[in-house]
Ligand binder design. Structure first.
Ligand SMILES: C[S@@+](CC[C@H](N)C(=O)[O-])C[C@H]1O[C@@H](n2cnc3c(N)ncnc32)[C@H](O)[C@@H]1O
Length: 316
């Protein structure tokens, strides 16, 4: 299994702009690529979260190279406020989130994230709780179809859900290979070359890990923790996540369209936004990066900076 190549690392570092004596949070430690660069970029303190216990174990080596500066926490980034407050940290100078899974996770057949290998149909980042196999074998047909449609934007969701329910009546679907071949048997191959199982696997992964719920919680939490001048930098890899990030940042920066003059909300005095948008348009990876690392292709980086002091609560 190869390591994880950090995506848009130079852009992340330039946007986060860590400074000496600052306190930062990497909410998605993964292979520690961003963390290593942040620690190397300034004499700062870095708190790092990952929900995957294997990522935290691997991080011990990096922590040992930066004694007293890198603090690893196993948990969810949606819980960053309590994870940090339990450790006496009430505010931050920057937060970075690199959403999704790492190459360590997706390239390990035993984790069950990928249709490219055969393995148990698992997909749990935390190695705990219900697996993808539990969803595939237990959800009612309609709920399964809704999940594939909503989280995978899969137009043929009903057809796939129907095939799954028929197949599981014979024997439970327990492996990535069986699920992938079942989907391929009912979804025609695409001219783009995209594997017909791609969207369904994405939907199941997002559902198993409640990834969109986590992103919503993390954005609000990061806004609550950032000090004046503090920056939130988020790299997202698919449209559902990126839409959440964009909407949150545009609203936090007061750039959301105003309600119409017929809407009573339009009568409320407008307050100065607490954030400014650092990326009016999402940054995309350079061509050289996508050539060297095709996984970077869909990355979008968005960032905001707090411009007003924290007033005992967050502006939503
Ligand atoms: C794309 S990788 C991050 C790679 C990292 N930036 C690097 O340079 O090595 C995403 C990581 O975030 C973790 N993760 C995803 N959702 C999470 C959540 N809600 N809370 C904590 N960690 C999460 C995954 O387990 C994975 O290790």
């Amino acid at each position: 299994m190869s390591g994880h190549v950090p995506v848009m690392l130079a852009e992340v570092l330039a946007t986060l702009a860590p400074h000496d004596a600052g306190t930062y949070l990497d909410g998605t430690f993964g292979g520690g690529g961003y963390a290593g660069a942040i620690l190397g970029g300034a004499a700062c303190t870095l708190w790092a979260i990952d929900r995957d216990p294997q990522a935290i174990e691997r991080g011990a080596a990096l922590a040992a190279r930066h004694p007293g500066r890198l603090h690893l926490m196993q948990g969810r980034f949606g819980d960053m406020v309590s994870l940090l407050r339990e450790r006496g940290v009430a505010s931050l100078d920057g937060v970075v989130l690199d959403l999704g899974v790492s190459s360590y996770q997706i390239d390990d057949p035993a984790r069950g994230f990928s249709f490219r290998f055969d393995g148990p149909l698992d997909m749990r980042m935390e190695c705990d709780g219900p697996t993808a196999a539990d969803l595939v074998n237990d959800l009612p047909e309609q709920e399964l179809a809704d999940t594939l449609y909503r989280l995978g934007e899969e137009r043929l969701s009903r057809r796939i859900a129907h095939a799954i329910v028929a197949a599981r009546a014979t024997a439970p679907i327990l492996t990535t290979a069986r699920l992938a071949s079942l989907i391929r048997s009912v979804v025609p191959a695409e001219r783009s070359g995209l594997d017909p199982a791609t969207r369904s696997f994405q939907a199941l992964r997002l559902a198993v890990n409640d990834e969109l719920g986590e992103v919503e919680r993390a954005l609000r939490a990061a806004a609550e923790l950032l000090d004046e001048g503090g920056r939130l930098v988020v790299v997202a890899f698919h449209s559902l996540e990126d839409r959440l990030v964009k909407q949150f940042m545009v609203t936090a920066a007061g750039r959301a369209p105003s309600p119409s003059r017929h809407d009573p909300r339009g009568l409320a005095p407008r307050t100065e936004p607490a954030f400014r948008l650092l990326t009016p348009r999402a940054l995309r990876p350079q061509e050289a990066e996508t050539r060297a690392n095709p996984r970077a292709r869909s990355a979008r980086l968005r960032a905001v900076e707090r411009v007003a002091p924290i007033r005992g609560g967050i502006e939503r």
